[in-house]
Design a protein around this ligand. Sequence first.
Ligand code: SF4
Length: 230
Amino acid sequence: MGSASTLAALNARIVRCELCPRLRAYCAEVARVRRRAYADWEYWGRPVPSFGDPKARVMALGLAPGAHGSNRTGRPFTGDGSGDFLYPILYDVGFASQPKAASRDDGMKLSGLWITSVARCAPPANKPTPEELRNCVPWLDEEMRLLTNLRVVVCLGRIAFDGLLAHAMRMGRVTTRKGFDFAHGAEYELPGRLIVIASYHPSLQNTNTGKLTRAMMLDIFRRARKAAGM
Ligand code: SF4
């Protein structure tokens, strides 16, 4: 069983991380200037901790916080268009206690799901550099070790998929990336019985254009539940 206290301790270390000067400066500047619509918000402005159920069997692995979404609210996918798309689906599938994610004190609870990302600080233009992604890998490695019930990882976007495979290579689960191609809906079972499901990222760019629809995303999380034996 995943330990709530050790995962909470890990989150406490993550929020103090300063390894990427460019990202830390950007997040602080966004938090200082703010968007006019959120002028009365006190932005989080720090690395965003992971969120969810320490006993989770399913992980949703995203790319990075949004500058005015989770960099503002301090919780993954909370307070932006991606979260407005994603949380109602997580609610329908049974992972989330409510469909609306507004702030970190809105009462949302996750059951059976852990949400995290391959970079934990909002990057300019949503693009962390390869070095910044490398800096952030120890957090994912440790988190995966602590989530002892984990059976399925839903990778939201190609960068998350690449990050998960890089993790699997570091851990010796796989020795090559050959045969692991990113495509929406692709599913792989890694040695050690970890199932990986690839999905398009629920960015506005994908959801507003119909590249990723509600039905497609529902199908991904329903499959994840089933694959996790839930
Ligand atoms: S992106 Fe990751 S490694 Fe870089 S400062 Fe943020 S938490 Fe630390």
